[in-house]
Design a protein around this ligand. Structure first.
Ligand code: ADP
Ligand code: MG
Length: 381
């Protein structure tokens, strides 16, 4: 894969890249739609990565090609970059140059070649992988000396302000900071993080990822509306963020909220609680206990937050019926992927059960794979 990254770079730009950097996609175990409420998340990085071969340019231009792009080379001057100037996929990497410059870092031009095996638009964070691999490359090419969390914040700023997606910080923190063999327990307010060892295989379990291969269009606008709803609810409750509402205060708070906001608040508060419970079980080595928490998390996303869809609901239902210990949609929702915790012997039966349920429903064949907690952004050549 790395030799390929070098030869592909040569074919597009001529000459060799100074290095190749990789950043992974992620699945979130639990803690969904909590990151923009200052709450808690627990993602793992996937073995799937986006690789960026890169070399400095001294003329202040960015030349950029992606194997998953639109087949053209983007060639743009850094001078005069502003949100809205770049459209399409290249806004993600170009946004990283912009965000670095905005933050006062002396970053010049570069030739970049992008290749990825992170499924795109599948709720597995290909966007953060692209941003973080680009940020890691520029960090070294220009000797910026930024830490992994600092790179994640730059990447998030690129996506929020340059691409125009109001995402929280989980995806970029997962892609930048995760480590092999551990889940990342992150407090999205303080950015305090703890790497929680997670050796599913040793415990006789597997984590299935079921990519439904659907992405419903309403997702983009709906995400912004949900975020705004949560912020409005916090304001009505006199809180900085919904993270500040303790579970014991939930019932009273719900009575004070308009009907359309109460379920959002219930999801966020119970979801933060589910993250805390999950951490306790992981620390106690009780992996099987995660199952019901995952399934409860899905019900909350389906019934209260309303971001699931027929495909993800059916995948969860079929997986659990076939013996998964628990399952939930992961990522922002409106399609995307489902994770299922299964016993080692149940991988194929559960995958088959989901495929068999999808066929008569008229849904596309899902892509199913097992995930192990993998490393965050790094130099690979
Ligand atoms: P997700 O992050 O869940 O995969 P997003 O909608 O946030 O979904 O990001 C997907 C978008 O990111 C793609 O439509 C594309 O614009 C961009 N993208 C991600 N990876 C690549 C890549 N390797 N090459 C080009 N564009 C990419
Ligand atoms: Mg994304």
């Amino acid at each position: 894969m790395i030799d390929e990254a070098v030869s592909d770079f040569e074919a597009v730009h001529g000459g060799r890249p100074a290095g190749v950097w990789a950043a992974p996609g992620r699945v979130n175990l639990i803690g969904e739609h909590t990151d923009y409420n200052d709450g808690f998340v627990l993602p793992i990085a996937l073995p799937h990565t986006t690789r960026v071969g890169a070399r400095r340019r001294e003329d202040g231009r960015v030349r950029l090609y992606s194997s998953q792009g639109d087949g053209t080379i983007t060639d743009i001057a850094l001078d005069g970059l502003a949100p809205g100037v770049v459209a399409g996929w290249s806004a993600y990497p170009v946004g990283v140059f912009w965000a670095l410059a905005e933050a006062g870092h002396a970053v010049g031009g570069a030739d970049l070649f992008v290749d990825s095996d992170v499924p795109s638009g599948a709720g597995l964070s290909s966007s953060a992988a692209l941003e973080c691999a680009t940020a890691a490359a520029l960090n070294e090419l220009y000797g910026l000396g930024l830490s992994a969390p600092e790179l994640a914040l730059i990447a998030q700023r690129a996506e929020n302000a340059f691409v125009g997606v109001p995402c929280g910080v989980m995806d970029q923190m997962a892609s930048a900071c995760c480590t092999d063999g551990a889940a990342l327990f992150l407090d999205t307010r303080t950015l305090e993080q703890r790497h929680v060892p997670l050796d599913l295989e040793a415990a006789g379990f597997r984590l299935l990822v079921i990519d439904t291969r659907v992405k419903h269009d309403l997702g983009d606008g709906a995400y912004a509306a949900l975020r705004a709803g949560c912020e409005r609810a916090a304001e009505l409750l006199g809180l900085d963020a919904l993270r500040d509402l303790p579970a014991v205060g939930l019932a009273a708070a719900l009575e004070r909220l308009p009907e359309e906001l109460a379920p959002l608040v219930r999801h966020v508060v119970t979801e933060n609680q589910r993250v805390a419970e999950t951490i306790e079980h992981l620390d106690g080595g009780r992996i099987a206990a995660l199952g019901p928490i995952l399934t409860a998390g899905h019900a909350s996303l389906r019934d209260d937050f309303r971001v699931s869809c027929a495909e993800t609901d059916l995948a969860v239902e079929a997986a659990v019926a076939a013996g998964a210990l628990g399952a939930r949609m992961t990522g922002g929702g409106f399609g995307g992927s489902v994770i299922a915790l299964v016993g080692a012997a149940e991988v194929e039966p559960v995958a088959d059960a989901v495929r068999s349920a999808f066929r008569p429903a008229g849904f596309a064949e899902p892509v199913v794979f097992t995930a192990v907690p993998s490393a965050g952004a790094r130099r690979v050549a």
